[in-house]
Write a protein of this length. Structure first.
Length: 410
């Protein structure tokens, strides 16, 4: 493996020396902590209300669908308006919505349709800020430490998520889903304050054209780069299959088969894999980062395979390897985008990435319940793992993915 000189430049002042970056990662990591608790809490809230696997799939699908539909507009707004305000406003709105969700559960007045509607609102708010949040890293650090900043931000967020997933299972088992989601609402308040305090300069990147015209520019930027759209298509298949395995089948097979806290620990183990992968990426900067990231991504099918086991140790190992491989890929993917795409189109490219990657996730979430019940949960998980592996091997056959080289040296 060829390594850039950055791999040895460990004494260079790090990204945490920059105030804006500290605020960014503090807000993002705090929010990630709460957001890791909510999926665990929401899954068991639906089950406690008498919901089936199909009901659970519809609730999480509503959130995912709203996120996909809205994210393209979030990308345009992130390029033509203040990314800082997009992020802080979204966090404040999400705090309010999650507080309402928590209140309805604690007061025992929640219903599955109500949770679905609130999930749609939360998904829209999240999608409006996500492209801006992804593009913000480059605005908070000098170019010579961008690579390390991307890896460090990802590491800190996934560390927070690791804690959140593990704590989520314990909170749900101990005090109930409502109070667990209330913690998420509080973390959004902290994130909103941190994002509002950012002091970054962003020149208007668009010329006042229509939203549809600017969306077309974002799609055109993606089409000109084969490695971009090939990997987005791969991610579409990944989320189509794994979204339902994690959001619907996992809580039932593991949570109801071994214990609710076991599912929380499984998600926590996945986050440990993310942390270890992030630590690796802090020191290791391969010249062909996207290629090596794609190689490590092929570890991810091991998690759905492990869910078939009735041994917690096997499930935790599969979850860890999934997180490790996905984290290495994610860091290299984000570094490639931020190094190769012009800043004026960065939010829109990220929005196309998110929309294209996640567009099939609501379909997978909605169909997983009835299909898995029809063929059997174990058979469905084997199918998920096989399709994921085939999709992840495909980009490795594309020359542009194998040959894309890193630009930044920090």
């Amino acid at each position: 493996m060829n390594v850039t000189p950055a791999a040895t430049a460990v004494r260079r002042p790090g990204p945490l020396r920059h105030r804006n970056f500290r605020l960014l990662v503090t807000g993002a990591s705090t929010s990630a902590l709460g957001n890791a608790i909510t999926p665990v809490a929401l899954a068991f809230a639906v089950l406690d209300l008498g919901g089936s696997a199909s009901d659970l799939g519809m609730v999480v699908a509503a959130f995912a669908l709203a996120e996909v539909v809205t994210t393209l507009f979030g990308g345009v707004l992130g390029d033509r308006t203040s990314r800082r305000m997009m992020m802080s406003g979204s966090a404040a709105g999400s705090a309010l919505v999650q507080a309402v969700v928590a209140g309805t559960l604690v007061a025992d007045v929640a219903t599955i349709p109500l949770l679905t509607v609130l999930g749609v609102v939360t998904g829209c708010l999240s999608a409006l800020s996500q492209p801006s949040a992804s593009a913000m890293t480059r605005m908070t650090v000098p170019a010579d430490v961008l690579s390390r900043a991307i890896a460090m931000r990802s590491l800190l967020q996934t560390t927070a998520s690791m804690v959140g997933f593990a704590v989520g299972g314990v909170l749900v088992a101990g005090i109930g889903p409502g109070w667990a989601i209330a913690v998420d609402a509080a973390t959004f308040v902290v994130a909103a304050v941190c994002f509002a305090a950012l002091r970054v300069e962003q020149a208007p990147a668009t010329t006042g054209g229509t939203i549809l015209a600017e969306l077309r520019e974002g799609f055109a930027e993606v089409r000109t780069r084969r490695w971009l759209w090939i990997c987005i298509l791969m991610a579409l298949v990944y989320h189509l299959m794994f979204g339902g395995a994690q959001g619907v089948v996992g809580p039932i097979v593991v949570g109801e088969g071994i214990g609710r806290d076991a599912w929380g620990f499984a998600l926590g183990a996945m986050m440990v894999g993310f942390v270890v992968g992030g630590l690796l990426c802090l020191r290791w900067h391969p010249r062909r980062g996207l290629f090596w990231g794609s190689v490590f991504l092929c570890l991810t099918p091991l998690f759905p395979l492990a869910m078939v086991s009735d041994r917690l140790s096997v499930i935790l190992l599969g979850a860890f390897l999934h997180g490790f491989g996905l984290q290495v890929y994610d860091v290299q993917w984000n570094a490639s985008i931020q190094e190769q795409v012009p800043d004026a189109k960065l939010s829109r490219v990220y929005s196309v990435d998110v929309a294209g990657s996640f567009v099939a996730r609501p379909v997978g979430l909605a169909l997983t319940g009835p299909l898995a019940e029809a063929v059997g949960f174990d058979r469905w998980l084997f199918l998920v793992a096989g399709v994921m592996l085939l999709a992840e091997i495909a980009p490795l056959l594309v020359r542009d993915v194998r040959r894309l080289e890193r630009v930044a040296t920090g």
